[in-house]
Structure formats: structure tokens, C-alpha cells
Write a protein that binds this ligand. Structure first.
Ligand code: CUA
Length: 195
């Protein structure tokens, strides 16, 4: 390599540096092209995959008749022990509260939550447990979890739903299973909302 003089003998150097720059540009163009191509390929794949195999277990519910008929009418909300001993909690979220405001569940056995929203998108998480879901108008959210130990947990709304969002929360009382079953005998639907 010749030293980079300025003057009449600088021309070959300039050619060399131009060649280096062009090579670098080409390399980058290839890398960027490959990134764009892989993103497009991903979009096409996920689009086709979704169209070919739509998500299963999607349950819809009519928001307009939520309070009139179906499983989310007011006297069906709360915790129920269903045939076969399955524990199911049904709840509704609305701006800015949950119904019921206090949920009671047994410790150490599986609890299935079924919930929906009557207005905006809400969500909840129970304390530091893995009980966590979004509640979307028109859809039923469901999951099953087990609370290992008894105690009271806070259940805040965790999807921004309007000006009252930060004041939207309920309580979850996890009680020993025997106590829960004794209480469940006397009631169709359990909750710990004071009467
Ligand atoms: Cu409901 Cu945030």
C-alpha cells in the first residue's frame, strides 16, 4: 500500500478506498436485505399458520345480555363447587370494580377462574401468584391454578381501563380446604363480600 499523499499521486489510493467503501456498502445491503427478507418470511408464515390453525378454546359471550342470562348473571357470580368437586370462580370486571369484590377459594386444590368484562379491557393478578389474566368484553377468559397456602391476597386490575383504573381491585381469601367445603355446603355461590 502507498502512503495516503495528497496531490497528483493520490488518485490510485482514492480508487482503493472507494472500492473498500463499495464493498462495505454491499455487505450492509446484503445484511439489511436478509433481515427484511426474514421478517417478511416470518409475517407470511405466522399469517398462514393463523389462517390454517385458528386458536382453539375461544369462548365468546354476548356483552349486551351478560346481566340478563347465561352463566354471568349476578346470582351465579362467586365461587361454586360443581359436580365432581370442581371449584369454579365466576367473575365480571367493569369500570371500576370486580364482581364479586371479595373472592373465597380453598387452599391446595385446583381452582378454575372464568371471567369476562362488561365494558373495557380489564385484567387481574392475584397477589404474587400465577393467577393472572386479561378480561376482554365478548370473550370468556379461563385458567386453572392452585393456591398453595391460606391467606388474603390483593387482586388489582392490571390493564389500564380508564381514570378509575388504579382504584380497581378486589380481595381473594384463600382458606383451608375443610373450612371452604363446610361453607360451600350451605351456599350455592360463595364470596366473602360482607352482607
Ligand atoms: Cu380495570 Cu384497570
Amino acid at each position: 500500500m502507498t502512503s495516503p499523499h495528497i496531490g497528483s499521486d493520490a488518485a490510485p489510493d482514492q480508487h482503493a478506498s472507494t472500492a473498500v467503501a463499495v464493498a462495505a456498502e454491499k455487505r450492509w445491503a446484503l445484511i439489511v436485505g436478509a433481515i427484511i427478507a426474514s421478517i417478511l418470511a416470518m409475517m407470511i408464515f405466522t399469517g398462514l399458520h393463523y389462517a390454517a390453525m385458528p386458536p382453539s378454546r375461544v369462548e365468546t359471550v354476548d356483552v349486551k345480555t351478560l346481566h340478563i342470562r347465561g352463566e354471568f348473571v349476578e346470582n351465579n357470580l362467586g365461587t361454586a363447587v360443581e359436580a365432581g368437586g370442581k371449584v369454579v370462580v365466576r367473575l365480571i370486571a367493569q369500570q371500576y370494580s370486580f364482581t364479586p369484590q371479595c373472592i373465597v377459594v380453598p387452599a391446595g386444590s385446583p381452582v378454575t377462574f372464568r371471567g369476562t368484562s362488561s365494558d373495557a379491557i380489564h385484567g387481574f393478578v392475584v397477589g404474587r401468584t400465577n393467577a393472572n389474566t386479561m378480561l376482554i368484553p365478548g370473550f370468556v377468559s379461563t385458567f386453572t391454578t392452585t393456591f398453595p397456602k391460606a391467606g388474603e391476597q390483593l387482586m388489582p386490575c392490571h390493564e389500564y381501563c380508564g381514570t378509575g383504573h388504579e382504584a380497581m381491585w378486589a380481595r381473594v381469601q384463600v382458606i383451608p380446604r375443610e373450612e371452604f367445603m363446610a361453607r360451600a355446603k350451605g351456599a350455592e355461590r360463595l364470596s366473602c363480600v360482607p352482607r
